[in-house]
Design a protein around this ligand. Structure first.
Ligand code: ZN
Length: 109
């Protein structure tokens, strides 16, 4: 409360960042501290993978086929991928196998 401005005249101390964080750890909030920390480690690991995939998107050019489907074009003919955002699948199969959007999916998004 010490750092909030008194201009808003509200006692609500919640913001969207708190709500998102609480929602992300919802299933681990009532667990022991080690379980909660393991959940946080898992989420940070996913974030690192997403950042790594995001950095690699510059290698690809997404070409929209229809509302949900894209062709992701890489540097070589062997580096072209088919993406279905509605089904959350990529022909590289990484998104289907680990549930984390691959670099091709992020290029399309
Ligand atoms: Zn992919």
């Amino acid at each position: 409360m010490a750092y909030f401005s008194s201009d808003a005249k509200s006692d609500m101390l919640l913001n969207n960042m708190c709500e998102v964080y609480n929602n992300m750890i919802l299933d681990a909030r009532d667990k022991p501290i080690l379980t909660l920390l393991e959940k946080l480690r898992y989420l940070l690991m996913i974030k690192d993978i997403l950042l790594k995939n995001q950095k690699a998107t510059g290698e690809y050019i997404p070409r929209k086929s229809n509302q949900w489907n894209y062709e992701i074009i890489g540097a070589s003919i062997m580096d072209n991928w088919a993406m279905d955002l509605e089904k959350r699948t990529c022909s590289c199969r990484k998104w289907s196998l680990n549930g984390i959007p691959c670099k091709h999916a992020i290029a399309a998004i």
